[in-house]
Ligand binder design. Structure first.
Ligand SMILES: NC(=O)CC[C@H](N)C(=O)O
Length: 321
């Protein structure tokens, strides 16, 4: 079926979503990273970016917060660009773990590969793969440039977050060295972990995340800058990774109820991609038990339901003036 949505209706629905969800209670800020516990829990933003480059916004969409695990998508894009889809599947994998994002059990259960670049283990492994191997400064430049390309503008490291996370990331240190034990770290483990911690500590806005989501949904072409960030053949691979594990142990429930492939971060952000239609992002710090923003989930579900869009619907969706 062909579905046509007026941009004015989309604008009204985004506004309504903000109004309806803003007083929703429940969840709490991540506190295992001390910096995140201090962020104002009432912040709340929603943004939708269209392939035309138009961005529809409501609430605190220019507030800069920690991108955290959403940056795993960016790094996955980078290694898919550098190595291709086959090699990423072989070296890391594309499986859901069904376990928390920082699970050591997941590595022990699947010691032949770290499962997917979208959990901590696979993301640290992905950072170890970033070329040029052995050169942390050039690796970091490649990671940061790729994030800027996807988001349409530069992201700035949140120094206090980076320090806070580096001082407390003992579990991730274990993951890096356990992966080394299974030959799934392809560069220095400590350096790979540091790159991971750094890109998780990048500051991002809800608006930038919506643009990145749209770049992915738009077959790699950034709708704002016009830059082709990755080859269009990679889009299905990127969106399948997101669909399989974007909400960790709640991923099945999420995709079943929302129909929007999306990736979360413990900073409170969620970035979604509806292929060919839009990128959508929402941000609010309080999280559920799996580390997914309570309000961001509610807002994106509301918008998808009101628009009647779903990645599995088989509909062709056009957004018109
Ligand atoms: N789910 C997340 O956002 C977790 C990311 C965080 N940097 C960590 O490693 O714990």
């Amino acid at each position: 079926m062909k579905k046509t949505i007026k941009i004015t209706d989309l604008e009204a629905i985004v506004k309504q979503a903000h109004e309806k969800v803003k007083n929703l209670k429940g969840g709490k800020n991540a506190d295992y990273i001390p910096f995140l516990a201090k962020i104002d829990p009432n912040l709340f933003g929603i943004a939708v970016c269209l392939p035309t480059g138009e961005v529809i916004e409501a609430g605190d969409t220019t507030y800069v917060f920690g991108i955290e695990s959403i940056s795993k998508v960016h790094t996955a894009v980078l290694i898919l660009k550098q190595y291709g889809a086959e090699a990423v599947l072989k070296k890391i994998g594309a499986d859901a773990t069904g376990l928390p994002f920082n699970s050591i059990m997941a590595i022990l259960l699947e010691k032949d590969h770290p499962s997917t670049p979208l959990v901590n283990a696979g993301a640290i492994s992905a950072d170890s793969m970033v070329k040029p191997i052995g050169d942390p400064n050039s690796k970091w430049a490649a990671i940061a440039d790729n994030m800027a390309d996807l988001c349409g503008s530069e992201l700035i490291l949140q120094d206090e977050l980076y320090k806070s996370e580096s001082a407390t990331n003992f579990n991730n240190r274990s993951i890096a060295w356990l992966l080394k034990n299974y030959n799934r770290i392809y560069d220095d483990p400590d350096m790979s972990l540091d790159l991971y911690t750094r890109h998780c500590s990048m500051g991002v806005t809800t608006k930038q995340l919506a643009i990145a989501g749209c770049t992915i949904a738009n077959k790699g072409k950034n709708p704002v800058t016009g830059k082709q960030v990755f080859d269009e053949s990679l889009m299905p691979h990127i969106i399948s990774l997101i669909t399989a594990v974007g909400f960790y142990e709640h991923t099945g429930d999420w995709i079943y109820t929302s129909g929007i492939p999306a990736k979360t971060g413990v900073g409170g952000g969620v970035m979604g991609c509806l292929p060919g239609v839009f990128g959508i992002a929402a941000f609010a710090p309080p999280l559920d038990d799996a580390g997914n923003s309570v309000k961001a989930q509610a807002a994106i579900k509301y918008i998808a339901r009101e628009l009647g869009v779903n990645v599995f619907s088989g509909d062709t969706v056009e957004i018109i003036k």
